[in-house]
Design a protein around this ligand. Sequence first.
Ligand SMILES: CC(C)(COP(=O)(O)OP(=O)(O)OC[C@H]1O[C@@H](n2cnc3c(N)ncnc32)[C@H](O)[C@@H]1OP(=O)(O)O)[C@@H](O)C(=O)NCCC(=O)NCCS
Length: 150
Amino acid sequence: MNDISIRTARAEDKAAWLTLWQGYLTFYGSAIAPDVTEMTWSRIIDPITPVFTRLAVVDDRPVGFATCILHPRTWAVEPACYLEDLFVDENQRGRGIGKRLIDDLIAMGRRDGWTNLYWHTNKDNETARRLYDRYDKADNFVRYRLPLTP
Ligand SMILES: CC(C)(COP(=O)(O)OP(=O)(O)OC[C@H]1O[C@@H](n2cnc3c(N)ncnc32)[C@H](O)[C@@H]1OP(=O)(O)O)[C@@H](O)C(=O)NCCC(=O)NCCS
């Protein structure tokens, strides 16, 4: 297996990230306005904004990403990390890249003192859940989500 490395996304990764991002949107059957994609990318590379992306790189080519939001909590002094988007190029799946991306976040969180790393997924996303179930059981919370924009 070729070496997989994980690193933070940089400005020069934009074109590669856009291709992966498009794959992610296609997976969800979603279209996002170009200005939202632009804003997401600017947030990712802005060191002040608490949004960051870790890229999985094989042969110098980004093949997957984990995008997170680090946020303050009311129940702890330390922040928690929300993993909002996780994606691996379809041709690279099943090689442990998704697991490497999550393991990397766990290592960052242990190093930087996050209280926890958490994420949501569709209950029918069996491939993703097979990976996630290696870490822990899903909890019993359910999600209420009120759309507020027209
Ligand atoms: C979920 C996802 C990130 C996992 O990435 P990955 O690099 O394939 O993950 P891993 O290889 O670490 O583990 C995937 C599991 O599927 C298995 N698998 C085997 N062949 C596979 C294949 N061709 N495609 C996908 N998964 C495969 C893996 O072996 C592993 O299962 P196991 O733990 O029982 O061995 C990836 O499938 C993906 O991008 N899916 C579409 C987007 C998505 O669902 N994102 C998560 C939203 S919450």
